[in-house]
Design a protein around this ligand. Sequence first.
Ligand SMILES: Cc1ncc(COP(=O)(O)O)c(C=O)c1O
Length: 395
Amino acid sequence: MSIVSSPSGPGANARPYLHGTELAAIGRVLETGQYGHGPETDAFELELAAYLGVDDVVAVATGTAALHLALLAAGVGHGDEVVVPSLTFCASVQAILATGARPRFADIDPGTLCVTPAHIEAALTPETRAVMPVLYGGRAVDLGLVSDQLADRDIAVVEDAAHAFGSLTAGRRVGAAGELTCFSFDAIKALTCGDGGAIVPRTPADADWLRGARLLGMTAAREQRVRTVSYQVVAPGFRYHLSTLHAAIGRVQLANFDKVAARRQYLWRRYATALTDIPRVSVIDLDVANTVPFNCVVRIPAPVRDAVHARLHAAGIQAGVHYPPNHLQPAFARWSASLPATESVAAEILSLPFHPDLTDADVDHVAASLSAAIADEHAALDRSDAVTAGPRGGR
Ligand SMILES: Cc1ncc(COP(=O)(O)O)c(C=O)c1O
């Protein structure tokens, strides 16, 4: 049971899951008077690296900051193109634009909502400097054959693993495969710092660069600055560090993460079972044994999706659409492309309420309400077709 008091149950599409000891951890940090980058952040980084099975992790303020810095570390800049699926949170695209590069939108597999090697291959151009697979829902993306070809062409992989902390690929945690991998620890992620993010660097040189860039490009480390009250600025940089207060929350979350991960897997399976026999509903497969699910997304027929969404809302069930495709967003329209699979699934997807505080009864209630709403809306659609067709048919 989370200590968060905002609406729970199916009345929340997603919500933070806090264990309670986060409060004591924040209190301890408040008493130290050290709230910027500090020892809590360093400790969180070590614990993240141990959990993921990697040499190093660089913690930052948000997942968006993680993507921005990782792209810069990969050498992405003005004039470059970065291949990214359109079906992602707009943060992926904004991070690309922040480097001066432009997005090249890729289509997705409608069964997983993720890019495949073929989609990436089809989107490559001579200007491609990086590809950004998005691990939608937490599902790992196996770049398989493409990664060698990418390396030959000097194209970096920056994984947007905002949804995928803790998921596995080929028996290893996402992030352990040697690519620049970015996580988000925002309020609704499986592991939250309130706000936060992290990057798994490819090399020690990446890590050094990232640590400078996240703190305004200053040479003097935090400890040194405290001692000397002086520093040099040796590179451009950002104020993207993770505060000790946020890191303290993250450390408590990480210590309890296995329980939360198991709970999310349990709830996802419960949904999958409850939704199995509902006509016209299919659940987006997450390979749940290897995934810490971020959400539970269903596809329902496009003509009734919005009406079903509205009916659920009226019944106090908060579903959502993740995401409106980015290639159709006004700010990104000039990079629009023909993405038939993205456009057709975007009209069909609905994310059901998904957070660890849901009970079995909540899940069953959502499934039953979804089933009834679809049946009713289809019946209404059939009736209106009959009226339009007139007494003698005609269509
Ligand atoms: C796919 C994806 N990428 C990037 C981000 C950005 O992370 P943050 O909100 O921590 O900046 C998010 C956050 O929701 C996301 O879902």
